[in-house]
Design a protein around this ligand. Sequence first.
Ligand SMILES: *[C@@H]1O[C@H](CO)[C@@H](O)[C@H](O)[C@H]1NC(C)=O
Ligand SMILES: *[C@@H]1O[C@H](CO)[C@@H](O)[C@H](O)[C@H]1NC(C)=O
Ligand SMILES: *[C@@H]1O[C@H](CO)[C@@H](O)[C@H](O)[C@H]1NC(C)=O
Ligand SMILES: *[C@@H]1O[C@H](CO)[C@@H](O)[C@H](O)[C@H]1NC(C)=O
Length: 492
Amino acid sequence: MFLCSSVLLLFVFTTFNVVYAKNVLLIVSDDGGFESQVYGNPVCKTPHLNELASKSTIFQNAYTSVSSCSPSRSTILSGLPQHQNGMYGLHQGVHHFNSFDQVRSLPALLKQENIHTGIIGKKHVGPENVYPFDFAYTEETNSINQVGRNITRIKELVRNKPFFLYVAFHDPHRCGHTNPEYGEFCEKFGNGEEGMGLIPDWKPVHYKPEDVVVPYFIQDTPIARKDIAAQYTTLSRLDQGIGLVLQELKNFKHENDTLVIYTSDNGIPFPSGRTNLYDPGMAEPFLLHIPQQTESKVSNTLVSLLDIVPTILDWFIIDYPDYDLNGSPVMLTGNSLFRASESFRNVFGSHNLHEATMYYPMRVVRNPYFKLIHNLNFKMPFPIDQDFFISPTFQDLLNRTVGKLDTHWYKNLTNYYYRPEWELYYLKKDPKELKNVANDVLFSGDLAEHKYYLRNWQLNTNDPWICSPSGVLENTGRFKDDPQCLSLHNGL
Ligand SMILES: *[C@@H]1O[C@H](CO)[C@@H](O)[C@H](O)[C@H]1NC(C)=O
Ligand SMILES: *[C@@H]1O[C@H](CO)[C@@H](O)[C@H](O)[C@H]1NC(C)=O
Ligand SMILES: *[C@@H]1O[C@H](CO)[C@@H](O)[C@H](O)[C@H]1NC(C)=O
Ligand SMILES: *[C@@H]1O[C@H](CO)[C@@H](O)[C@H](O)[C@H]1NC(C)=O
């Protein structure tokens, strides 16, 4: 990997004046979850992730701050929640969301320090001036299946240069919505069968629907099992792709000077997953390999994907700059993982939209004991995205509900669509988030405490939605020095 030595030799002087080459490889999967032995799934075979995990810290409590593709990628690359960086929803097509021009993102900060930056795969954020990479093979100039799913092509590309390298696989994203000819998860793309093309490095692994592990939040029906089996096959391509990328790192002798992070942008595309802030939407796999690390460590430390920017800046010994965004000072609320401890910590999240039509603002705080979700527009039905809507799993739920058949699901469509304003879950006793205790007097102190944490984080990150849904934020003109939430008297 990284043959072009004139640009890639970046040396960082430590305080001891010792020179180290330091690089970062950030691997992000697209809607990837816990379908791996690393996280206790015995069926979906992931030998390469297992190998990476065998010399990494395996975080058991990592969470995205938003369960939607572009917003999540913008937080991974900017360290700022979506309501602060401006990427309120998806970036491409009619959705058209972008981060604010003034945002100082990781690739921009690294570029400034003469660190060569590269991206291969799904970018899905903008504008270009906020997220500039020296080297880019993304959907903006290539077919997303070639740069995001063709693992042979990805292998060839990573040989080229840089080094902060962001490899953003498009696997294991669904594709029934865009390329149904390749299967629900593009699990047939490149498998060598008629019309599917060939990905020479990929050895497809197939699964029987009866063998898959059905997570508690998916109905255990033949249709859902078949959907999961297709997802597993696509995960095998992701896994083999990760193996190839790591092999290239070795081939070019960078295995001992490169920090490797593996995670995913959001939850899996199943009910309660992607676009939700329930744990199936918010919890992410997270591996951190520090060069020379030869053993695996399991960590229960709470991690937020907002920690990625502070971690990588810490690794390169770069300070985050002082600047204002929309008139307010910006500070990172994530922590460097090199300074992480297992002591009590909250992680936060903020969701506004996925597709442009899917406005459903939510804010969340989570710690090992509780999760508090604030559904700002709780009187609206929870929206469903185009891709998930036509998936066999969701169609099966719809058909069974309409046909008054047993759904075999842990929720029903009514309570899935209509959510209360506040959802408080006592995770210690209720990890599946089924019993909302927000109105339980026994938990009124916990409710107040978590509302306080959430409000503070919203204030620290300049959340324009701070007064929703009961008030209007006035913060300019005569309110400039004394911003206020003025009551709408709407009964909330
Ligand atoms: C994948 O990439 C390789 C190498 O660039 C190419 O030969 C092959 O045709 C591609 N496969 C598909 C299915 O497009
Ligand atoms: C990396 O470290 C391992 C273990 O110490 C060693 O076997 C290997 O040769 C090193 N690789 C390079 C390129 O220095
Ligand atoms: C749902 O019902 C429709 C209409 O009966 C049918 O065409 C479709 O195949 C069903 N889908 C699933 C996943 O059961
Ligand atoms: C859905 O589940 C809730 C319990 O969470 C129950 O009160 C409600 O009656 C159910 N609705 C339907 C239509 O089955």
